[in-house]
Design a protein. Structure first.
Length: 152
């Protein structure tokens, strides 16, 4: 029986050593696995921080672009309003120009009419002056015949 006990003790010792090696091997394996997981977690955490900062930069860029778009849209609205005002003023000025052109045309017609009347009056005046001179000559002639000269 001693032999069986000795073999059983050796067998138990062997199982105990084997269990110890298994325990150490599993502890080493799990430690390596945990270290790898920690490295992956750290790497992914740094990547996440990088992506987060990138997203924040893009959000700030988008907010700046959004502000620019809003400013440009306000400028466009202001320009449209100014354009409408200028267009209205232009239309008013064109109407005024048309009105004044009509007035100038009427005034030019009146000037031409007055010039024609003036020409007629000057012609009549020339005829009257010629008639006057003729009458004065006749008077002087008749006065010289009568012997008394009349001063002019």
């Amino acid at each position: 029986m001693v032999f069986i006990q000795k073999n059983a003790s050796l067998f138990l010792l062997f199982l105990l050593v084997l269990a110890g090696f298994g325990l150490v091997a599993s502890a080493v394996f799990f430690q390596i696995s945990i270290n790898n997981l920690n490295k992956e977690y750290s790497t992914k955490g740094r990547a996440l921080i990088g992506i987060t900062s990138e997203i924040q930069e893009k959000q700030s860029t988008l907010s700046l672009i959004n502000e620019e778009i809003q400013l440009k849209s306000e400028m466009i609205e202001d320009l449209q309003m100014r354009y409408a005002q200028v267009k209205k003023q232009n239309e008013d000025l064109l109407e005024r120009i048309q009105f004044l052109s009509n007035k100038i045309s009427e005034a030019n017609k009146d000037v031409n009419l007055m010039q024609n009347k003036l020409s007629v009056c000057e012609a009549n005046n020339a005829q009257w002056e010629a008639a006057y001179d003729s009458l004065m000559l006749q008077r002087d002639y008749y006065a010289s015949l009568a012997g008394t000269a009349q001063p002019r």
